[in-house]
Design a protein around this ligand. Sequence first.
Ligand code: NCD
Ligand code: ZN
Length: 345
Amino acid sequence: MPRTLTLPTPDDLHLHLRDGAVLRAVLPQTARVFARAIVMPNLVPPVVTTADARAYRERIAAAVPDGAAFEPLMTAYLTDATDPDDLAAGFEQGVFTAAKLYPAHATTNAAAGVTDVRALAPVFERMQRLDMVLCIHGEVTRPDVDIFDREAVFVDEVLAPLRRDFPELRIVLEHVTTAHAVAFVESADARLAATITPQHLLFDRNAMLVGGIRPHLYCLPILKRDRDRTALRRVVAAGSPKFFLGTDSAPHTRRTKETACGCAGVFSAPVALEAYATAFDDIGCLDRLPAFAAGFGRRFYGLAANPGTVTLEEAPWTVPERVAIDDVDDLRPLFAGEELRWRVR
Ligand code: NCD
Ligand code: ZN
């Protein structure tokens, strides 16, 4: 008998769905497993206002495959000009679940991000009062800071002061990648949590750079050292409720990945839960996966449990090489063409 694991229907608490043809191509991949997702707002132009989010939510709803149930949880893209009144109205009307802070130019489509975090104090005060969650891309963007140090410097220079200034504000430090960030989150109170991607649990930077450069493993924050990956693996094995599932599945077409200046983002949606299961099994803590995928995060966000379950079984399968978008371009998923040990039944 193959080993199996049944878990409550999980949520993906950090996801890029994009728009148009890409949205239609990737949404079924997420909706096959996850009931809800925190949808990132870094479209071009970004999802800034309540009206933007309502319209985007409708486009997502229209792309949900027949017979699937999927609820997008919308986020507001914070800019230097965010209107706290509109943000609050969107939250109170149930349009926004959270707001996302991208430091300007930190990552894909972050050009309209925040240039001075301190100038956003009125927005954070309002969010703190409403108990609206702040999601953060935690990297500084100063050119003098090495790309491998950008998260750790952000934690010390931006996140620590932000938590001192807004101690009641609930924050998710998205896609943590360093031992330093892990230690900071662990030592903080329950108002600070973090998401972890499959690729940061599975790989270190050698996987991306040794024996040839693998552009499909290039994402931001960039893969770090083995000791950083070990810190991530340690906290999930410990079952800390402060760390939960957020895939950061970030589709970019093959043409924009396999080029002289490739985009950052790993497209993991077609293998997301299977990849986490592989990682947790490698670590020897498969029993920790249900709470990581379907418990800690939704509780942090104050979401009810989803109906139903998902069953994983140990049954090797080969991941498709591509997910077609249209006739001209396609997406290459994580583990494309490789065998994965766990699959969703
Ligand atoms: C994301 C994207 O492509 O939108 N890319 C990534 O490498 N993770 C943006 C982000 O979450 O940083
Ligand atoms: Zn992301």
